[in-house]
Design a protein around this ligand. Structure first.
Ligand SMILES: Cc1ncc(COP(=O)(O)O)c(C=O)c1O
Length: 385
């Protein structure tokens, strides 16, 4: 496994960050610097600390840990995943530029790219990511970047980055990857040709459903440009959010390993049930992207989706009956969650439009947590009965 700039393995890095040197009497856990102001040196602007600049000690600490984890030169933590995507795009694109994006992205990202970038005179072409030639066909003279999300929310499709990487490298474009679903434990996009990596840190990176945050990673020069956007558009995170995120990160590898194995068990069990028409989980050999996930990911993830034979009514019944798995949006935390994309990320589409992108009525997304897998299966069993 490639280590990038990391001196230690992934599990050690998530826990300790870089090399630790704790002198006697100093705290082992970094305290929260819940202060907006810091004393300033006289006669110079150097060393000005202000949380909106992303240089509060808690932000800097979690940023360097994230950069080590993903194998990036630099990282920036922002107020949300959407804030991260917005500032990453603002730093990359100018009016008149063109972006090619996968049409399989989180609903909020889709609206941001489609509606907000248009207001700034930035054109976006959406392509079906499984049509390899579609990427090339969409390129224009003014194309600056390709944006994609993998694994895809909520269908759990896993994209092959090789053909996209070939295009971005041979055309001098930036490859931007939203890697929220994978986390660096399962997949590290920089090892597969990405130039920019984005996370909704609200999900796996924090992992406890109690922090809203986002992250952008890339070269030091690019991250400095994202930081300027973050400062001016006011997208910096609060020091406490950074502190919680760093605490959550410490257990990332044990959480994700457990979520991977729990999700595999739940997916295998769901595949045996007559009430379930289809199971979407890349760990199953029947999944269309099983081979690509097997060869590029270190784990198949904690996210899966099921399509119920009874359609929308069956989905509603299941969600009402579940008692351990909570009916709630979001994902990636220690508690297992279930949700229907038709009432969350994809409400803006008609039933036919949703079905066309692989989310028919009766589609339930499961974010598997770290409970006992037998209890999760028992809950699903009583819910489906
Ligand atoms: C893949 C993906 N990217 C980005 C986001 C946006 O993140 P946030 O809710 O932290 O703004 C989400 C939210 O669900 C997501 O699933």
């Amino acid at each position: 496994m490639a280590r990038g700039n990391r001196e230690y393995g992934l599990a050690t890095t998530v826990l300790h960050g870089g090399r630790i040197s704790t002198s006697p009497g100093s705290p082992v856990v970094k305290p929260i610097f819940q202060s907006v102001i810091f004393g300033q040196e006289t006669g110079t602007a150097n060393g000005l600390v202000y949380p909106r600049y992303g240089n509060n000690p808690n932000a800097e600490s979690v940023q360097s840990r994230l950069a080590l984890l993903e194998g990036a030169e630099a990282a920036l933590v922002l107020a949300s995943g959407m804030g991260a995507t917005a500032c990453a795009m603002l730093a990359l694109l100018r009016p008149g530029d063109h972006l090619v994006a996968s049409s399989w992205v989180y609903g909020g990202t889709r609206t941001l790219l489609e509606s907000e970038l248009a207001l700034m005179g930035i054109d976006v072409t959406f392509v079906d990511p499984m049509e390899t030639r579609g990427w090339r066909k969409a390129l224009r003279k003014k194309t600056r970047a390709i944006f994609l999300e993998t694994p895809v929310n909520p269908t759990c499709r896993v994209l092959d980055l090789r053909p996209v990487r070939f295009l971005t490298e041979s055309n001098g474009l930036a490859l931007v990857v939203d890697s929220t679903f994978a986390s660096p434990i399962n997949f590290r996009p920089f090892e597969h040709g990405a130039d920019v990596v984005i996370h909704s840190a609200t999900k796996y990176l924090n992992g406890h459903h109690d922090v809203l945050a986002g992250a952008v990673l890339g070269t030091a020069q690019y991250i400095e440009e994202v930081r300027q956007k973050m400062i001016l558009w006011g997208q910096a995170p609060d020091p406490f959010a950074c502190w919680l995120l760093e605490r959550g990160l410490k257990t990332l590898s044990v959480r994700v390993e457990r979520q991977n194995s729990n999700a595999m068990r739940v997916a295998e069990w769901c595949a045996t049930r007559k009430e379930v028409r289809l199971v979407h989980y890349p760990g199953l050999e029947t999944h269309p992207d099983h081979e690509i996930a097997l060869s590029t990911h270190q784990g198949f993830g904690g996210m899966l989706a099921i399509e119920l034979a009874g359609g929308a009514r069956a989905a509603e019944k299941l969600l009402r009956r579940l008692s351990l798995i909570t009916h709630a949006p979001s994902l990636g935390g220690v508690e297992s969650l279930a949700s229907e994309p038709r009432f969350t990320s994809h409400t803006h589409l008609s039933a036919a439009e949703r079905a066309a992108i692989g989310i028919p009525d009766g589609f339930v997304r499961l974010s598997i947590g770290i409970e006992d897998s037998a209890d999760l299966i028992a809950d699903l069993e009583q819910g489906l009965r």
